[in-house]
Ligand binder design. Structure first.
Ligand SMILES: Cc1ncc(COP(=O)(O)O)c(C=O)c1O
Length: 401
């Protein structure tokens, strides 16, 4: 089936933060039709027809009352994890949650105490810092190491930090936002062995796990073996894969009974118990039962966009370092080679070039001078953005071809 990955839907007035953010710099009519924001991680693609049609049918035949996750829903989610990633999960391990952020905020609070440490591989998705900070936990950051064009883990540093008795939780971002790594089995095993040795709980955010580029394979952390499975939470959602973030439905897998009870009781305190949106459940079910072909086509478009950016920048801006995109649709780039201060970079991009990236520094101090480009958009928008970039930066004598 042919899917529509080319239509641009202008989302002004639809409550989209990243679209409204552009209006701080330009009025709506000044913004060219082929400009889309490349920041916050949702897609500029129309919903998969299997999901939108399925939701319409559901609306015509159902009643929008309170709803819990049904047994069928949980089985569908487990089947997806097995078919997609080879991990055999049990339906009773699932606690639905409104979001993956909610889930790792809860985990930071529930499995540690004030002043304890939350371990992070940085730079990392910024709400993970807040999960520690808002609960008065310490951020224990283990900086990733740039080894030529690849980010790697400093296992010695990681072990030193995990061994501190105050370190209680490790929030793993897998695949890693923003650096685009898909962690190998060997890397995950090493991390896991260290955490198990020192009694650090692993909260594995796998929201990007379905969006893996050719040649890479996502490993569900819990699938490493029973001792790993018993010391972790696995957080997933259809929201990145199928662009359903507004449906606010995600799934928390907690194989360990005791850990699950702790999480469950917390949800009960707020009557969340665990309850999500009836349309969110349905959308997730439709995505996981009927969406695979759309997802595969979508990954091809993201891959095409990545190749386009990579080859264009290599030809015209070789001073910009583009990291490999192993997974996610978020391309991580080091722009420092242009020799422009990071604040000025942001100004030129937004005001002159209509380029709205996520600025690297929001992911941690190491990200200063870096940009994160969300490539989940029509290829024509990427092409147009590259042309604008060339036109603007050539005025500053920064392009090389
Ligand atoms: C790594 C990661 N985790 C979580 C989220 C957000 O999850 P949710 O919308 O389910 O709270 C994002 C969104 O960009 C993300 O990149």
């Amino acid at each position: 089936m042919q899917y529509d990955f080319t239509t641009v839907t202008r989302r002004f007035g639809m409550g989209s933060n990243k679209w409204d953010e552009m209006l701080r710099y330009h009025s709506e009519d000044q913004i060219p039709q082929d400009v889309v924001p490349f920041s916050v991680a949702d897609m500029e693609f129309k919903t998969a027809p299997q999901i939108s049609q399925g939701l319409k049918d559901f609306l015509d035949t159902s009643i929008l009352g309170y709803a819990n996750a049904t047994e069928t829903y949980k089985q569908v989610v487990c089947r997806w994890m097995y078919q997609q990633h080879g991990w055999k999960a049990k339906p009773e391990w699932i606690l639905p949650s409104h979001g993956v952020i909610d889930a790792f905020f809860n985990a930071a609070k529930l499995y540690s105490e004030e002043d304890d440490g939350i371990l992070l591989l940085t730079p990392v998705y910024y709400p993970m810092y807040y999960a520690a900070i808002v609960h008065n936990r310490k951020v224990v950051d283990c900086p990733l190491v740039e080894n030529r064009d690849r980010y790697e883990i400093d296992f010695e540093d990681f072990e030193r930090k995990a061994a501190d008795p105050g370190t209680k939780v490790f929030i793993l971002c897998s695949p890693h936002n923003p650096v685009g790594r898909v962690w190998t089995e060997e890397e995950l095993r090493k991390l896991g062995q260290i955490c198990n040795r020192h009694g650090v709980l692993v909260v594995s955010d796998e929201i990007h796990s379905d969006l893996v580029m050719p040649g890479h394979k996502h490993i569900v952390y819990a699938s490493l073996g029973e001792e790993f499975q018993q010391n972790c939470l696995i957080l997933t959602a259809p929201s990145k894969t199928f662009n359903l973030a507004g449906m606010q439905t995600s799934n928390v897998f907690i194989p360990n009974e005791q850990l699950r009870q702790i999480f469950f009781q917390e949800l009960q305190k707020t009557y969340a118990n665990p309850k999500c949106n009836i349309l969110g459940y349905k959308a997730c079910e439709l995505a996981y039962t009927k969406g695979r072909e759309w997802m595969e086509s979508c990954i091809r478009v993201i891959h095409t966009n990545e190749e386009l950016v990579r080859s264009f920048l290599a030809a015209h801006f070789p001073q910009i370092k583009v990291f490999p995109l192993e997974g996610t649709y978020l391309l991580w780039m080091d722009w420092r080679g242009l020799g422009v201060d990071y604040k000025e970079l942001e100004r030129i991009n937004r005001e002159e070039a209509f380029l709205f990236f996520d600025e690297g520094h929001i992911f941690g101090a190491q990200g200063q001078g870096y940009e994160r480009w969300n490539l989940a958009c029509p290829t024509a928008c990427v092409q147009a953005a590259l042309e604008r970039m060339k036109a603007v930066y050539s005025k500053y004598g920064k392009d090389e071809g």
